[in-house]
Design a protein around this ligand. Structure first.
Ligand code: ZN
Ligand code: ZN
Length: 258
């Protein structure tokens, strides 16, 4: 059994729960400690039972709750060697830090967590896949484009959580200053709906049962636009993949693979 719930995903906060019957982890902790605890409770999980927190990169929408959460619950934190010192630990680095090299695979209980490098403007950003008994979840958020290596790691995922950050036209006419627009659009920025659509049309593995689109920009995207663009690409491929567009303000349902 593999249970997946995106507790939050937007430019304001990212946090995902993945658990087997035996082992439970979070990927990112970009909500306040209280909010993480509340959202875990909503899916019947307790913070004390988490075996690890894996961090993708240091940006605050992925780490803001981490120092307080780690202090209280003493959860082991896995993050890359380069990422660890970039986080503001409020003066004291927690004891249970397990730095790793981007690209390696880590076993926690009965979960195999594979990290892989993603192109983003952070010090050493990674995506993760989590596998257990032939079931696989893939997560790639905050990346400017989809290199072949990332597509390769994501392939075979039964649940895939992928960024669909902005609609290019909305971004261009939107409120951001030009320099920020360039950053978001750039090779180390964020994935557009169009890149996701091309990926679905050309490369999405037919194994994917559920595709969750996340990290939608509230200024430069609209859930219906992201949905329609991705759905059209799925239909072109004739895939029966279920499409879920994560609401930036709420947790998703818990997806259970068995
Ligand atoms: Zn982010
Ligand atoms: Zn980021």
């Amino acid at each position: 059994m593999l249970k997946v719930c995106v507790l939050a995903t937007s430019s304001a906060g990212n946090c995902t729960f993945v658990g087997s019957g035996r082992t439970r982890i979070l990927i990112d902790a970009g909500l306040s400690r209280r909010e993480i605890v509340e959202r875990l409770a909503a899916i019947g999980e307790q913070p004390e039972q988490l075996d690890a927190i894996f961090i993708t990169h240091e940006h605050s929408d992925h780490t803001c709750g981490l120092p307080a959460f780690a202090r209280k619950f003493k959860t082991p934190i896995y993050l890359t060697h380069l990422t660890a010192p970039t986080i503001d630990w409020n003066g004291k680095m927690p004891e249970r830090i397990e730095p790793f090299q981007a690209g390696i695979r880590i076993r926690v209980g009965d979960l195999e967590v594979q990290s892989f490098t993603i192109p983003h403007d952070a010090i050493d950003p990674v995506g993760f896949t989590v596998s257990c008994q032939g079931m696989k979840v893939g997560l790639a958020m905050d990346l400017g484009y989809l290199p072949d290596s990332v597509k390769w790691h994501l392939s075979g995922s039964h649940v895939m959580v992928l960024e669909s950050n902005h609609d290019l036209d909305m971004l261009k006419v939107g409120p951001y200053p030009w320099s920020v627009k360039q950053r978001v659009m750039g090779r180390k920025g964020h994935l557009s709906n169009a890149i996701v659509s091309d990926f679905i049309a050309e490369d999405l593995d037919g194994e994917v049962q559920t595709l969750v689109l996340g990290h939608l920009s509230e200024q430069n995207n609209h859930p219906e636009i992201a949905r329609v663009v991705a759905q059209q690409a799925l239909e072109m491929r004739g895939l029966a993949t279920r499409l879920v567009v994560a609401n930036p303000k709420q947790l998703t349902e818990a997806f259970v693979l068995a």
